[in-house]
Design a binder for this molecule. Structure first.
Ligand code: HEM
Length: 456
């Protein structure tokens, strides 16, 4: 057994080196062929593309898996003294597992959003963290996913697509509406129209996780959105209590827990927990659905195979297509943590890297999912991967609270679309994903059906 293993590992490492070297040709080619008037612009456009990001990460995994720490602060919106990038699966997992050495940094912005208390994603591994997560797990049960959330998402997605005849603008007409319905019908946040919930959640999400530069205008807009969202949830809670209405949704269950005297279930704490879930749910699910579909559309044979799986009623296989598609462009290519002390990543190996206290460590989940030392044939589109190969929504202590919701809802959103015969991007600009400066898909027009002369 040992000899073949040694040969395999050697082969994988040689391939990594050869493929890493080849990126020295592929990356400049991608930059020169990108849109832009200057080299700087071309560079910027090229690195928006997941393919170029993956090429750069491939180079790093081969030659510089744990980058030297630079004093350049890539993330300026949270205090830190410099940046390090971690690209191998094993080391990404190490960073995300060592919570005492690599901390979540979101607390100040979480407190700004709630105008007071922290939310559990902004907490270290404390008793308060465990209390709040446990409370919310009691209120959002795993069984709800198959009993409530998936049927809700599936019925709504089917209805929204059925109402369209041959064309849909996916974010505003489908992928934002489904998570918004989860927020209203399942969480019980009913006091605002969907359009407000979508706008508020997206602004708050960008402020917390996507605004690397610390944009003051975004901060102002996000905090206004936070105040509006918090007061709507406050009102929802107050109305429930005043009317005596008992409803088996997340707010309803939180109020039952409050009545039973559970710590951390006063009105403001319930609201803070809910605002965190609203932020986590809406823009993420919409963007992930759009990005997964785009990857499918870019691979016509894979799209046909996904369609066939859906038509055959093979939901597991259809979902495997969706998650594999998302692996090629997950909504976040990195997860960031700050070092709490001087420490070392991958200690005892040739790639060991000393990390000074207060360095922001970018653990690349995108890179981890393409690391050939862990993932078999990472560049191939495969639907038979073990679930453990995926790092689509975080890892470890702070791994996504909505993980099981995501696994059910993303395929539910995409299935009625993918089964439309001849599904394709609309012609021209409309068929490209637009973000209107929000970093989240605002428009992505799709067509289906065959017109005369269309021969597919
Ligand atoms: C496809 C959709 C989603 C994606 C891509 C996604 C992504 C992520 C990621 C990457 C993290 C880890 C952040 C970190 O470690 O710094 C995370 C955590 C979290 N997500 Fe999601 N998420 C999605 C959907 C949801 C949904 C539907 C909810 C609400 C039900 C949600 C609520 C949360 C919460 C509360 C956390 C913090 C968990 C903790 O601190 O223990 N997310 N998510």
């Amino acid at each position: 057994m040992r000899v073949p293993n040694f040969v395999t590992v050697l082969g994988v490492r040689l391939c990594m080196t050869a493929e890493g070297l080849f990126t020295l040709y592929q990356i400049p080619a991608a930059v020169f062929s990108a849109k832009g008037a200057s080299l700087k612009e071309k560079f910027g456009t090229a690195f928006q593309e997941p393919l170029t990001q993956r090429l750069a990460l491939r180079f790093l995994r081969a030659f510089l898996p744990n980058s030297p720490v630079t004093s350049k602060r890539l993330i300026k919106s949270y205090p830190n003294t410099g940046t390090a990038l971690v690209t191998r699966y094993e080391d990404v997992v190490e960073v995300l597992d060592r919570n005492a050495d690599f901390e979540v940094v979101y607390e100040p912005k979480m407190r700004a959003i709630t105008a007071g208390e922290n939310f559990f994603l902004g907490m270290q591994d404390t008793s308060l963290y465990q209390r709040d997560v446990s409370n919310m797990r009691l209120a959002t049960r795993r069984d709800d996913v198959s009993a409530i959330v998936e049927p809700l998402a599936r019925r709504l997605a089917e209805k929204l697509v059925a109402e369209k005849s041959g064309r849909i603008d996916m974010p505003p007409e489908l992928s934002q509406l489904v998570p918004a319905a989860i927020v209203t019908d399942y969480f019980g946040v009913t006091g605002a129209p969907d359009s407000d919930l979508i706008e508020w959640a997206t602004l708050m999400f960008r402020y917390l996780f996507a605004d690397l530069s610390g944009n003051p205008e975004l901060e102002r807009d996000a905090l206004n959105a936070a105040a509006a969202c918090c007061s709507v949830i406050d009102r929802d809670i107050a109305n429930r209590k005043a009317s005596g209405e008992t409803k088996d949704d997340v707010i309803g269950r939180c109020l039952v827990m409050q009545a039973a005297g559970l710590p951390g279930m006063d009105d403001v704490s319930i609201r803070n927990n809910l605002v965190g879930l609203v932020i986590g749910a809406i823009p993420t699910i919409s963007r992930a659905a759009v990005q997964a579909l785009e990857q499918l559309l870019d691979r016509p044979l894979v799209l046909a195979s996904a369609e066939q799986a859906a038509l055959d009623g093979n939901d597991k296989l259809f979902a495997a297509h969706v998650f594999e598609a998302l692996r090629f462009n997950p909504i976040n290519p990195i997860i960031f943590r700050r070092a709490t002390r001087d420490t070392t990543i991958a200690a005892g190996s040739f790639r060991a890297r000393r990390i000074p206290k207060d360095t922001m460590v970018l653990a690349s989940n995108l890179s981890a999912m393409f690391d050939p030392l862990k993932i078999e044939s990472p560049e191939s589109f495969r639907t038979d991967r073990p679930w453990g190969d995926y790092m689509l929504w975080g890892y470890g202590l702070h791994g996504c609270f909505g993980a099981y919701i995501n696994r059910a809802v993303l395929p539910a959103i995409l299935k009625p679309l993918v089964t439309k015969p001849g599904l394709r991007r609309a012609a021209g600009e409309a068929g490209q994903i637009k973000t209107d400066g929000t970093q989240f898909p605002t428009h992505f027009v799709l067509d289906w059906g065959y017109t005369k002369g269309h021969s597919d």
